[in-house]
Design a protein. Sequence first.
Length: 431
Amino acid sequence: MSERAPTGMTVGVVGAGITGLSLTHYLRQAGVESHTFESASRPGGVIRTVHEDGRVLELGPQRTRHTSLVADLVDDVGLRDELVVADKDLPLFVYADGRLRRAPLSIREFLTTDLLSWRGKLRLLAEPLTAAGDPEESAAELFTRKFGAEAYHNLIAPLYGGIFGSDPAEMPAKYALTGLLRLEREEGSLLKVFLKHTIAGGDRPPAVSFADGMAQLPRALYEANDDRISLETPVETVGRDGDGYVLQTPDDAVAVDEVVLTTPADATASMLDDIDPDAGRRLRELHYNPLVYVHLEADCPRAGLGYQVRRDEELKTLGVSWNCSAFGRDGVYTCFLGGMNRPALVDEDEATLAAIAREEFADVMGLDARVLRVTKLPRGFPAYDTTWTALDGLDLPDGLHLATNYTARMGVPSRIREAKQLAAEFADVDR
């Protein structure tokens, strides 16, 4: 896409994760001057790929969805030939009552799944007769009231809660389900939303990765825009500069008209302490769920995207991503431990964590596995729990913007979508 003429505005972007990199890219296309600052020596933020024994291991998102926005961005940076696309028919499983059970992601699977009894299926189908979702409910209360206790317990809690490593009972709907509540208002019912976006599924974007792992996308975005991005350059404070702002780095003070902060809550808080102490205090209250990734190597006898574990099972494992069958990753499985229910696991030694993952994987899959790597993430995913009430009174000065996975939806497509929308808003500002 060609670039537009300059708008006369300069935007300072803090953080070169997928949000900051995408925003930088779209600002260039929109003709908006920008400069992006990243404290780390590499771009990508939580998207991180490493290689172990010649195998591609993901230390962040294991995959994304090939939505139209993702596809366009991939084409922009020349990665179309590097895409690895998973079979759209690959199943997803829930481990419940001692074995793997196929989650219903199509009409046929809904009719045949043994995760739900016929009574449970009928109760789920009655969702359009229930009252609309209430933002003051917890996610657990909302899903149980609308779909029934069985569907929540066996299907929704392990799949939805597993995404965040959180307990839906501790996740207020007005923070955790903002997008879903909006879709319910637009479509008329949550069942219609699920039918349209999941079970009907004919147009559901496939899961994708890249030949050299997920980090290829942020790396390509950086290489396409490196003249606007400074790595190993932390922003220490954000201050006023007349009608604009000044970003203070260890070596320079950079004046900009608008600031977009894409960094984790605690890092953002530190930058805002001088200019908005109340915002800094509120952001420090937000809780992240600690996670542990254990990468295993084993035979790959079954096809699927992976499995989540039902919350009442005895396993410490939250779920396992089957990168081997999804993307041909030479027997690689990614096991997730920790989360809201067992945060102390992140403090265990690596040998203990490796043993837990290997033994529980053998119990579920019936396969011996070799441990490739153990990675601890003390600050894993945003919890979207009751600490999010701190955001209720957050009121940033004009010209300061948060574009993050704790103020909006997680996931690569959502981060790219927010970046593109924000770039368009800046392009429309008349200066």
